[in-house]
Design a protein around this ligand. Structure first.
Ligand SMILES: [Zn+2]
Length: 93
């Protein structure tokens, strides 16, 4: 069963998104969104500032940062593997 989607190729290494990452990202987005007012209040951000659409941008920014950091982490593993003559066939996020 194919549970990954190929999203591109970097340095000759196919990059794939596994269905579990998509589920985890959705759960994190839901968790952040459900608690955004609580998070904003603890940071001293007034409620109206959060409820006027800023919330969705903040969630998107946080998730994009998470995705990019995981990708960079896995690319670092791949770089070390290639330098040690270990073949990298794909990165599955
Ligand atoms: Zn690692």
């Amino acid at each position: 069963m194919n549970t990954s989607i190929k999203i591109g190729k970097l340095y000759g290494i196919p990059i794939k998104l596994h269905v579990t990452l998509m589920i985890v990202v959705a759960l994190i987005a839901w968790s952040i969104g459900a608690n955004m007012l609580l998070i904003a209040n603890s940071l001293g951000i007034p409620d109206p500032g959060v409820s006027t659409g800023v919330m969705s941008y903040m969630i998107g920014l946080i998730l994009a940062g998470l995705f990019v950091s995981v990708l960079i982490h896995e690319l670092a593993h791949s770089t070390v593997s290639i330098k040690n003559d270990v073949k990298v066939t794909e990165i599955s996020l």
